[in-house]
Design a protein around this ligand. Structure first.
Ligand code: HEC
Ligand code: HEC
Ligand code: HEC
Length: 464
């Protein structure tokens, strides 16, 4: 009863308007009608039925070539990252995906029939990947990057399905997301889709090579590179006009990959391919932070696809071969001139605030120069020149601060280059002085405006 009264209130108020307000009344009724019809339309559009459960299937009926094709796409899509919790079996879910609205846990996507996706048909799986709707008809949150996976072809989605269905079934219940109102209502994901989901395949660009088109397809669909490298709006939708302008992920900056790239030496297809396979490139730097797990996947992808990704990603900066050669020469020359001043002398800076620079110089000489001393003797395999690292040339200080705080470590059980973590070794004041020194000495870019604030934001978990 109470709810009925509330619903009638606006209508009664319209009825009480004086005759002089008749025009206003008509407008109000029209607006109300639109809201009711549009609302009804929204619910009708947003409603998805349950799809029938698939009978259990003998997994040996899946074609091994299709399963292998799926494995490659799963590697490029880093599905394992968000669907594997720490110290837990692969794809069994429970990994916390942090969003500005709360935490959403990657689901169990093993073929377990109770807690995983064992009862899902290929059609149910395709619907989830394309429309973000689970088998029962519930809306899924876009922390699951279906706004990218929606561009995948049927045959590729079927291959991923075959790969997942041939994994070990793991019984592990899904965790409910921890989201604030109104995002805890799954229908809010439907409203998000109305704004930001552009379903279906992207048309190929006939003016470009087959390799470029393959790279574009992989980057935009399974690779979901834009999920981190494109800035998002307040509702967490990617800003389409700003594709690859650079975005944020887990307190790190995912640098621009287009003409706004901070790279001192513009990326080439060879360099991107090498970076995606090895996790570093001699003229660009090391993949740390949230890029490291992406590399765990791409390092296992097939080499033609890596090369295609390289061709596409390198094309985003729009630089001609001559421009790349000129910038490269200038950057290498600048790098070679970055000698480390003797302890206690004035820093050779391109604009560091006086006072801070000396302090930072001494800290660098003590804590960093053993490994990063450009042109010096090599105690270990030498890291890349800092002036060539995008981390030092980026628009803000957060990646450099993150690298200093956390260091660089090879993936679990793998060998690789190591840089110690300096969190707890250096004070915050020392880190800020050091960051100012590194930027001033190793970059031609202007000084960062407030690294102390960036550091404080990282410490408060407000890095993104
Ligand atoms: C950035 C993190 C992320 C990546 C990468 C990711 N997922 Fe997910 N996925 C999620 C989250 C989070 C959910 C749960 C969404 C929810 O609860 O609304 C999910 C849900 C799903 C579901 C629905 C499961 C169910 O029971 O409802 C499927 C299927 C799925 N993902 C498959 C994949 C595949 C295949 C890939 C790789 C191609 C992939 N995901 C990559 C985060 C991710
Ligand atoms: C989960 C977020 C995330 C995803 C997804 C992601 N990246 Fe990144 N990427 C980053 C971050 C963060 C960095 C900065 C790493 C660092 O500073 O060490 C980065 C760095 C890079 C760089 C080096 C840029 C430079 O100038 O140094 C390249 C190239 C790159 N990513 C390519 C890709 C491609 C191609 C894809 C898709 C296949 C991709 N990334 C997907 C977060 C991501
Ligand atoms: C024990 C040797 C070692 C020490 C000490 C060290 N680093 Fe590193 N650093 C490395 C290695 C190895 C890498 C990664 C591999 C590469 O760049 O080729 C690296 C990478 C970096 C990068 C590039 C990250 C990227 O994303 O491209 C920066 C910036 C950096 N170090 C800064 C510092 C600073 C500042 C200090 C001093 C606080 C320091 N390092 C101390 C070994 C060291």
């Amino acid at each position: 009863m109470a709810s009925r009264r509330v619903r009638c209130k606006p209508l009664r108020w319209v009825g009480q308007l004086s005759s002089g307000d008749r025009v206003l009344r008509r407008i109000l009724i029209a607006v109300l009608a639109i809201v009711v019809v549009a609302g009804g339309g929204f619910f009708a559009w947003a409603w998805h039925g349950e799809l029938p459960a698939e009978p259990s299937r003998d997994v040996s009926t899946f074609d091994p070539a299709v399963v292998a094709k799926g494995a490659n796409l799963v590697a490029i899509g880093s599905c394992a990252v968000c669907h594997t919790a720490k110290n837990s079996p692969s794809f069994a879910g429970g990994y916390p995906v942090e969003t500005p609205f709360g935490v959403i846990y990657g689901s169990n996507i093993t073929p377990d029939r109770d807690t995983g996706i064992g009862t899902w048909s290929p059609a149910a799986f395709r619907r989830a990947m394309r429309e973000g709707v689970d088998r029962l008809g519930n809306h899924l949150y876009p922390a699951f990057p279906y706004d990218h996976f929606t561009h995948a072809t049927d045959s590729d989605l079927d291959a991923v399905y075959a790969f997942l269905m041939t994994r070990n079934a793991v019984q592990k219940a899904n965790r409910e997301p921890a989201l604030a109102f109104p995002f805890n209502i799954r229908l809010s994901a439907a409203a998000w889709k109305l704004l930001f989901l552009h379903p279906g395949p992207n048309p190929p660009d006939p003016s470009k090579s087959a390799e470029w088109n393959r790279g574009a397809y992989l980057a935009e669909s399974f690779g979901h590179c834009g999920a981190c490298h494109t800035p998002r709006n307040l509702l967490a939708g990617e800003q389409r006009g700003k594709a690859y302008d650079g975005g944020f992920a887990e307190g790190w900056l995912a640098p621009a990959l287009n003409a706004k790239s901070p790279a001192a030496v513009p990326w080439t297809a060879e360099a991107v391919t090498h970076y995606l396979r090895e996790g570093w490139d001699a003229e660009h730097g090391h993949a740390a932070g949230p890029m490291a797990p992406v590399i765990d996947g791409t390092s296992r992808a097939n080499s033609d696809d890596l090369r295609a990704l390289g061709v596409y990603v390198a094309s985003l900066n729009g630089a001609t071969a001559a421009e790349i050669a000129a910038k490269r020469e200038a950057a290498l020359e600048f790098a070679a001139a970055r000698t480390l001043p003797a302890h206690g002398t004035t820093a050779q800076t391109t604009g560091a605030a006086p006072g801070l620079a000396n302090d930072g110089t001494a800290i660098f000489a003590g804590a960093c120069a053993t490994c990063h001393h450009a042109g010096g003797e090599l105690p270990i395999s030498r890291p890349i020149d800092l002036s060539l690292s995008s981390t030092v040339n980026e628009a803000d200080a957060r990646d450099l601060i993150q690298v200093i705080l956390r260091g660089i470590h090879p993936a679990t059980n793998e060998r690789g280059r190591i840089m110690p973590a300096f969190d707890g070794v250096l004070t915050d004041r020392q880190i800020v002085a050091l960051v100012n020194y590194v930027r001033g000495h190793f970059s031609t870019q202007p000084m960062w405006s407030d690294p102390a604030k960036t550091l404080a934001n990282i410490r408060n978990g407000k890095g993104s």
